[in-house]
Write a protein that binds this ligand. Structure first.
Ligand code: MG
Ligand code: MG
Length: 260
């Protein structure tokens, strides 16, 4: 949506902070031996304690509060009995609704000791998100965000998922415009002052192709190599993008040694 009042911005910021804090709460419990459904329950309880409701639960029939996607799973994994193992990477996407507005944020966490090449994928995917966020300036175009993400990650030989993209956010979870993580500088719709968007690079270590699992939800890489996903919400502004959500709560939990 395009925010026109400070009140709207602050309501969206409140949601953005709730999902940011929920991911931090979940981060406290991520470890080898933990079931993904346990993380989901922690998230739901926390969101409700903040006076919000889970944004994904029931969305087009999705059963969880979180989308939990492990290793080769890119997004939309369903929480369940799967147990996290040492060396996994787990992408957690969280949505909430409060005052009729959405929050939506994602972070990929290492579980125990993760291979250096996969840690690099995580770190660089997160960096690509910030490169995209820096382009969220009035008068720039969607392609300026897309190309900032794509050019950075492809320089390391990674590939950008095409089928799933960032989006506008507001009273709906997915609003116009789409924010692809691939594209050309100067192309696409102009970014309007006050536009609220989620930027969410989904970056694969191997090929760009993805397939949907038989559960009807989970998207995984076709070559079964790992994928990473980070997401924040930003308001397009003239001078400086106003980033509504934050990874700072997560990073406080992870501590200096485990920050990606
Ligand atoms: Mg999300
Ligand atoms: Mg999103």
């Amino acid at each position: 949506m395009v925010v026109t009042t400070n009140e709207e911005v602050e309501l969206l910021r409140e949601n953005a902070i709730i999902v940011s804090k929920t991911l931090a709460e979940v981060a406290k419990h991520i470890a080898p031996g933990v079931k993904t459904i346990t993380l989901d329950n922690i998230a739901e309880e926390f969101i409700r304690s903040e006076g919000a409701v889970p944004g994904f639960k029931g969305y087009r029939g999705f059963p969880g509060t979180l989308c939990i996607s492990v290793n080769e799973e890119v997004v939309h994994g369903i929480p369940g009995e799967r147990v996290l193992k040492n060396g996994d990477v787990v992408s957690i996407d969280c949505g909430c609704i409060k005052h009729g507005y959405y929050g939506d944020s994602a972070y990929t966490f290492p579980v125990g000791e993760v291979k250096p090449e996969v840690m690099d994928l995580l770190r660089r995917t997160k960096e690509s998100l910030f490169r995209g966020l820096n382009m969220a300036l009035t008068g720039k175009r969607v392609g300026d965000i897309s190309s900032a993400v794509q050019d950075f990650v492809e320089s390391f030989g990674y590939s950008v998922v095409r089928e799933l993209v960032g989006h506008g956010l507001g009273k709906q979870l997915h609003e116009k415009p789409d924010i692809p993580n691939y594209g050309r500088q100067g192309a696409g719709p102009k970014l309007q002052e006050g536009l609220v968007i989620c930027i969410e690079p989904m970056i694969n270590l191997g090929v760009k192709n993805v397939v949907q699992a038989s559960d009807g939800w989970t998207i995984r890489t076709s070559d079964r190599q790992p994928s990473a996903h980070y997401e924040l919400t930003v308001v397009v502004r003239k001078e400086k993008p106003d980033v509504l959500s934050t990874f700072s709560y997560i990073e406080e939990v992870l501590g200096p040694e485990r920050i990606i």
